[in-house]
Design a protein around this ligand. Structure first.
Ligand code: ADP
Length: 297
């Protein structure tokens, strides 16, 4: 499923420019949209699922403008919004059954079989008879993904699904998504948590204040940070100096001072060793150092 975003802008009536000239293209598999709060992720997601119109620009799915083919797009779409809640007192399975009806599954027997298959897939089969609004936070999120999956969508959009989850649930949710991404579907995952972006993502985009600052594979983002992350052993006096001038990303106390990691172009006045960056280092390099250094390519 090929998705092309061309020259997309969104300005809200109050003048907030949430998206500025966004061009993106991706296909089957998982695509990660990463950025801090207020970057424009939800705005982009709401446009993709046709809940909101852009101020200008278009989104094409398989070459078709989604604004002109809304009904067709919605029939192949599953969406887990950021503020997904249960206002009903339906049981877990009933909620999913209801979602299945909304998604157009008319045959009751097939629908019920699908409900249990999905509950099993997201690890909720044991609580199928519990009231949905009595589930734990993590379980609710998993029911949210199940409701996005019912009706066999080809495009699955999940907006900040791991926010507020404890580490166990976060890992569980990520695993569900990576298993899904092996099917022939397109998953668009938005997150402000760097750890949610993994090698499972074939592609990723980094948004900041409505602008696209990086678009590529997670490995490419990391590559850009190579040679810009350093480890140093510092005395308390040196540590104060480094803190003043450099972007310190980790500090570990050692016997006679500190072991610190910094993101910088170079740290000439200190004895430093370059280290292999991970995705979190690369994120800091892009969002804090590179942006401030004003050398965005
Ligand atoms: P993210 O999902 O990355 O946190 P959003 O898309 O929610 O970002 O928001 C992007 C920007 O648009 C922010 O500055 C936010 O305050 C603004 N914004 C979002 N929704 C509205 C709205 N309905 N009206 C006005 N401004 C909005």
């Amino acid at each position: 499923m090929k998705i092309e975003i061309q020259g997309l802008n969104k300005t809200y009536p109050n003048g907030n420019r949430a998206l500025k000239d966004i061009d993106l293209e991706f296909g089957t598999g998982m695509f990660g949209l990463l950025g801090p709060n207020g970057a424009g992720k939800s705005s982009l997601m709401r446009i993709i699922v046709t809940l909101m119109k852009p101020s200008s620009g278009i989104v094409l799915v398989e070459g078709k403008d989604i604004q002109k083919h809304r009904k067709e797009l919605r029939s192949m779409l599953g969406y887990l919004p950021q503020d997904f809640r249960f206002f009903t007192a339906l049981k877990t399975w009933e909620f999913l059954d209801y979602s299945g009806s909304l998604a157009g599954m008319k045959n009751r027997r097939e629908r019920l079989a699908e409900v249990d298959r999905l509950l099993d897939q997201v690890g909720l089969l044991e609580v199928r008879d519990r009231k949905a609004n009595r589930l734990s936070g993590g379980m609710k999120r998993r029911l949210g993904i199940a409701q996005a999956l019912i009706g066999n969508p080809r495009i699955i959009v999940v907006d900040e699904p791991t926010t507020g989850l404890d580490p166990d649930e976060r890992i569980r949710f990520r695993n569900i998504l990576s298993l899904l991404s092996q099917n022939d579907v397109t998953i668009i995952l938005s997150t402000h948590i760097v750890g949610d972006i993994s090698s499972t993502c074939q592609g990723m985009a980094l948004l900041n204040r409505g602008e696209l600052v990086f678009n590529g594979r997670p490995e490419d983002l990391i590559k850009h940070a190579e040679g810009h992350v350093f480890k140093m052993m510092l005395t308390p006096y040196e540590y104060d100096k480094v803190k003043e001038h450099y972007n310190v990303i980790s500090t570990i106390p050692v016997d006679d001072g500190w072991e610190v990691q910094v993101v910088a172009d170079d740290v000439p006045e200190f004895n430093s060793t370059p280290i292999i960056p991970n995705i979190e280092h690369a994120y800091v390099y892009y969002m804090e150092h590179k942006m401030h250094a004003d050398i965005i390519e």
